[in-house]
Ligand binder design. Structure first.
Ligand code: AMP
Length: 188
């Protein structure tokens, strides 16, 4: 079974948690653009300095920057036979760029899993995460803004992937193990 999977969903829907579990179950790397940005911020790289401004404001990092970072990552050996993308693509321009990257290698996405969760629930989860992880983009104002940006720029991607027959919608609320099972059965 080839596994080139995109995980899409609002901030706080549990993408990161599920990506780690699915990565193990499917034997493919989980690639999180948010994690790569955060590692760069921590390491105070040029990319990190640039990304931080956008991340702290709850805005998306510009497409050219994000796309070239993903192209590098997908070019690494461990992603040759499959991957799970967590948090990319997030804009229609990123969809187009990912299409180009994959087409150049004669590859294609197999499934797009949308984790659904209602707004009040994700806000509550993100506020709880702010307490435990202290992420600088988890204040209530920034959280609300990130949800607006998601709705405006990323939610429309589900229509694109639905029209390609790739969208699998999975309820992201409930027991973590059950959600993993729901996703696995949606892509089998
Ligand atoms: P996440 O951990 O996926 O919630 O991402 C945290 C932040 O990193 C986002 O709010 C954006 O500022 C930035 N980011 C992550 N992925 C992308 C992407 N695909 N395009 C633009 N910005 C991104």
């Amino acid at each position: 079974m080839s596994s080139r999977i995109i995980l899409i969903g609002p901030p706080g829907a549990g993408k990161g948690t599920q990506a780690a579990r699915l990565s193990e179950a499917l034997g493919v790397p989980a690639i999180s653009t948010g994690d790569i940005f955060r590692a760069n911020v921590k390491g105070e790289t040029e990319l990190g300095k640039l990304a931080k401004r956008y991340m702290d404001a709850g805005e998306y990092v510009p497409d050219e920057v994000t796309n070239s970072m993903v192209a590098d990552r997908l070019g690494q050996d461990d992603a040759a036979d499959g991957f799970l993308l967590d948090g990319y693509p997030r804009t229609t321009a990123q969809v187009e760029e990912l299409d180009r990257m994959l087409a150049a290698e004669d590859k294609a996405i197999d499934h797009v899993v949308e984790l659904t969760a209602d707004t009040d629930e994700v806000v509550a989860r993100l506020l709880a995460r702010a307490q435990t992880e202290g992420r600088s983009d988890d204040s209530e104002d920034v959280i609300r803004h990130r949800l607006d940006v998601y709705e405006e720029q990323t939610q429309p991607l589900t229509d694109i992937y639905r029209s390609r027959g790739l969208l699998r919608q999975v309820d992201g609320l409930g027991d973590v193990d059950e959600i993993t099972e729901r996703i696995l059965s949606a892509i089998r």
